[in-house]
Write a protein that binds this ligand. Sequence first.
Ligand SMILES: [Ca+2]
Ligand SMILES: [Ca+2]
Length: 109
Amino acid sequence: MRPIRYGALALAAAALTATMATAGEDWKAHKQDLRTELFVEADVDRDGALSVTEFAAVPDIMRRRFTEKRLAEVDTNGDGAVSLEEFLAAPPPHHRRGGCHGPGPGDEG
Ligand SMILES: [Ca+2]
Ligand SMILES: [Ca+2]
């Protein structure tokens, strides 16, 4: 059995922790960017704030974006529509990574 070099092990653990922290920060920044995009799209009158009407439209915008992304995945021939063959060939949304609750870390568009 090889002797464990704790120095190297500690360095590897520190590197892994740093990598995970960076990935976490990247994900946070990515999520923040998506939320900012959502805000900008919802702010229809461009006054830098969401009125009740604009704020109420946020779930619809999210749903539309999810649907567009999902359609693009299922539409394998890229004609902008889902044929019966494409529909039947696609796994149901809840079988995908991230499920029906949207993308998680590592799910890139
Ligand atoms: Ca506004
Ligand atoms: Ca198609």
